[in-house]
Write a protein that binds this ligand. Sequence first.
Ligand SMILES: NC(=O)c1ccc[n+]([C@@H]2O[C@H](COP(=O)([O-])OP(=O)(O)OC[C@H]3O[C@@H](n4cnc5c(N)ncnc54)[C@H](O)[C@@H]3O)[C@@H](O)[C@H]2O)c1
Length: 343
Amino acid sequence: MIDGKIGYAVLGLGIGMAHAEAAHLSENAVLCAVCDIDKKRLDEAHSMYPDATLYNNFDRLLNDGRVDIISICLPSSMHAEYAVRAMMAGKHVLIEKPVDITPERAEFIMIAEHQTKMTAGVVHQNRFNLNMYPIKQAIDSGSIGKLFLGTFAVKWYREQSYYDRGGWRGTWEYDGGGSLINQAVHTVDLMRWLMGEPVSVTAHAGIVNHKIDTEDLTASLIKFESGAVATFVSTTCAYPGISTEISLYGTDGTIEADGDAIKLWKMRNSVNEEKEEESILKRYGNGNLSASVYEPEKLYGHRFVVEDMILAVRDKRAPKVTVKDAVDSLKIVDMIYRSAKLR
Ligand SMILES: NC(=O)c1ccc[n+]([C@@H]2O[C@H](COP(=O)([O-])OP(=O)(O)OC[C@H]3O[C@@H](n4cnc5c(N)ncnc54)[C@H](O)[C@@H]3O)[C@@H](O)[C@H]2O)c1
């Protein structure tokens, strides 16, 4: 703690810079340290946050008594190991997605949570996209009726240079896969959050347009405990990067979303169907950008998740996305890869 505020540190300064910014902007925390083995990245962080202590060694960061929370922003296969070491040293952790590359590895974090009583959260920030508030509510309140079909398509584009940079992306060893576990895992998490637990998966995967070992295309058919079905597509070959489409079909209504915006909203039992659609599209049709003046959807993306983690530690409660949530979503990734005979 620092003057009654949570001491925050970031390990790994790629996407970790978004965590650093969020902690720096928080009224409830002080960004007191950053750690990376790359000197250039440490220098960049220093130029933005000159008051934060720089570490190029994780053990030294762990010895910094001011640090309460560490954001773990390393390549994916390092998440569980570094999160467990941090928790054993008495630090709370916020872990980037995917929580690790297999459910088995990630379960060590759950064991460490139990043994150390430290708090761990995972970054699945898309649950807090503005459009997710009414979508989740339409499902939970039953206004969409019985959900029978979901279609999810993550149609992104990555140049070969993306995979060549850093050397870990698109590898089994460090990334744990390709377009599904890296780009689409957020949407896998949303699918599970919206549609529940899967019971069976039939999947195809392939390498279309990149020199990588894993995959840049998956296509799956998923059946859920509820009886509903979903199709799920992920790719990093859809030039020039198209969209993340989420469509939900219930017995009483249909919702179609693109990225963080709602594109279609039809609810047959609403008092005034047209007016409801008009007001939903006005409010949620443009995604996150249009909504910065409203509560509780004030903070988006990493700012929301980091702030939630800070308040979870301060108030001794669980973060909104737990490690168990993330492990359960990772199990779907695992089912898809196994069905496609990639694992
Ligand atoms: N939530 C999101 O939207 C989002 C976006 C991008 C990346 N990610 C996830 O964040 C993680 C990191 O991705 P990235 O794009 O920032 O990768 P990156 O390669 O750009 O950054 C990783 C950093 O970790 C550092 N590092 C590696 N080993 C280290 C060690 N032992 N000690 C200290 N530093 C070390 C590297 O030097 C590098 O700067 C991945 O798991 C990725 O899937 C999440």
